[in-house]
Design a protein. Structure first.
Length: 116
């Protein structure tokens, strides 16, 4: 299966055959984040049954083989900030802003309306 053929959660699981269940579950959970919303590394960790594994979620998303199908730019730090290098953070910030996510001082304005 080619990356451009991935359209569903089942496709993600097939594309990532041989990857760990944790990695697959992180990519599927991230795939579910709707446009205009964000989640946090900690929330994703909890959703995949590994509370406290936010660093592992961040590392997994850093190596996202399904970008842009899996919208890793929609996952932010718990304070609404964007991790990683300055250049990468700037790109993710611009992308969520373009999707309508409210920002203040370069961080997502964290509210129940946009955090899933």
């Amino acid at each position: 299966m080619r990356k451009d053929e991935v359209r569903t959660e089942e496709d993600i699981a097939r594309f990532l055959e041989g990857w760990s269940e944790f990695e697959k579950s992180v990519y599927i959970a991230t795939f579910r984040i709707p446009k205009g919303m964000v989640s946090t590394y900690g929330r994703i960790a909890t959703k995949v049954g590994k509370p406290g594994a936010s660093r592992a979620v961040a590392n997994t998303l850093h190596n996202n083989p399904l970008y842009p199908v899996v919208p890793c730019w929609r996952v932010v730090k718990s304070d609404g900030g964007f991790g990683g290098s300055k250049g990468a953070a700037t790109g993710r910030r611009k992308r969520v802003e373009d999707e309508g996510v409210p920002l203040k001082a370069g961080r997502v304005v964290m509210s129940d309306d946009i955090v899933c």
